[in-house]
Design a protein. Sequence first.
Length: 117
Amino acid sequence: MQEYWSIEQYKEYQKKGNKKSKYSAVKTSVDGQTFDSKKEADYYCNLKLRLHGGDIKGFCLQPIFILAPGLKYKADFIVFNNDGTAEIIDTKGFKTKEYITKKKVFEDKYNLKIREV
């Protein structure tokens, strides 16, 4: 039984995708875009359908908001509605302490609510 891997063996192991996500999320690719979870990819597909159907004006993937010097919040989506409003969307399976803190700072600073799906 081999106790150690060579560098080549380890690289091959990594290529096979045997690493598990911390929260069991499965990275999923759609339209050449890689999402952190299947839930996020499914929401993207839903947004594409809504855009094609004229329900929304548009959307943006992973917008970044500056909360303070050196502190950023990256949402999953921003959705632009036909009435001129916008929604910040975060697909969540698990809320970390870091997310909860950034959400509070974001909502206070920008006077916007984050919608979790």
